[in-house]
Design a protein around this ligand. Structure first.
Ligand SMILES: [Zn+2]
Length: 279
């Protein structure tokens, strides 16, 4: 596993990679640009390629996360082009930094009928894929389930397969979202893996967002907690860490940094747990 956390790019991409190294991390996630905007960024190619080189030397892996307004099922047609352009911009930055891909949340909607919503999401993905031939992949993340969409492994696999080029699509599994949505109850990881393998989910899994949950199982609430402070027990997290399904994947903490535990502490905790052996 490549363990690390979400880090800031305030001082650039190379600095983010170096900050990861200083934290004892072997992986990191970053927002390629302002996380609150879809504005296309003119990025420094020198900084990005210095990041790529440093990561190769240190054997650090990275992944980008699309800005919050990146909706795969937009409510208004007017913003579709802006979302597509923004996603392509994120892919270009990720590629230049040598990242495995960009994480994008499975779409949700409160206004469109469900079948139409899936069709819209596939159409949006196809528009991106038609303009992208790099190595960086689109990594679809499961939702906590505010709206019932993107909460099952079946949906992830189906949407991927229905696009024009599934080879450019992979997955990101968020443990807090999986627990909050009802996908994983903390105890049934072995069954989740069995089902995921049968469906062809795990072979395309690239990234795990390793977060505890501030709310109980099936609460449908997206509130990340520190590893030792939520409703998922340390034993249940260790069950995941030791699972073969996570072998060679990026494991990224998106946990609070202002509640008494630092990412450095949590990275060393995960490293300690991971030495407990394979199950
Ligand atoms: Zn996440």
């Amino acid at each position: 596993m490549y363990i690390g956390s979400h880090v800031s790019i305030k001082h650039g991409y190379l600095h983010a990679a170096k900050a990861t190294h200083a934290l004892g991390g072997k992986a990191f996630q970053y927002f390629p640009k302002n996380p609150r905007s879809l504005m296309v960024k003119e990025f420094s190619h020198d900084d990005a390629s210095a990041c790529l080189t440093f990561c190769k030397e240190q054997q650090i892996k990275s992944v980008a996360h699309t800005p919050y307004p990146t909706k795969l099922i937009p409510d208004k047609r007017e913003i579709e082009d802006r979302i597509i352009d923004s996603i392509l911009n994120d892919l270009h930055i990720a590629e230049a930094c040598g990242s495995v891909g960009i994480v994008v949340h499975f779409g949700t909607t409160k206004t469109i009928e469900i079948i139409e919503a899936y069709q819209k999401m596939i159409e949006m993905l196809n528009r991106v894929l038609a303009q992208w031939d790099g190595q960086a992949k689109l990594l679809i993340e499961n939702n906590a389930g505010g709206t019932n969409m993107g909460i099952t492994l079946e949906e992830m696999v189906q949407v991927r397969e229905l696009t024009d080029d599934p080879s450019k699509i992979g997955f990101c599994f968020d443990t807090c979202h999986a627990f909050a949505s009802g996908l994983w109850n903390g105890e049934d990881w072995i069954q989740v893996v069995e089902k995921g393998e049968e469906l062809g989910y795990f072979e395309h899994l690239e990234v795990i967002h390793m977060n505890n949950s501030k709310y109980p199982f099936r609460s449908r609430k997206d509130r990340h907690a520190n590893l030792t402070k939520g409703h998922i027990s340390p034993e249940q997290i260790q069950m995941l860490i030791h699972s073969k399904a996570l072998k060679n994947k990026l494991v990224i903490l998106e946990t609070p940094k202002d509640e008494g535990i630092t990412h450095q502490d949590e990275i060393s905790l995960l490293n300690k747990w991971s030495f407990g052996g394979q199950m």
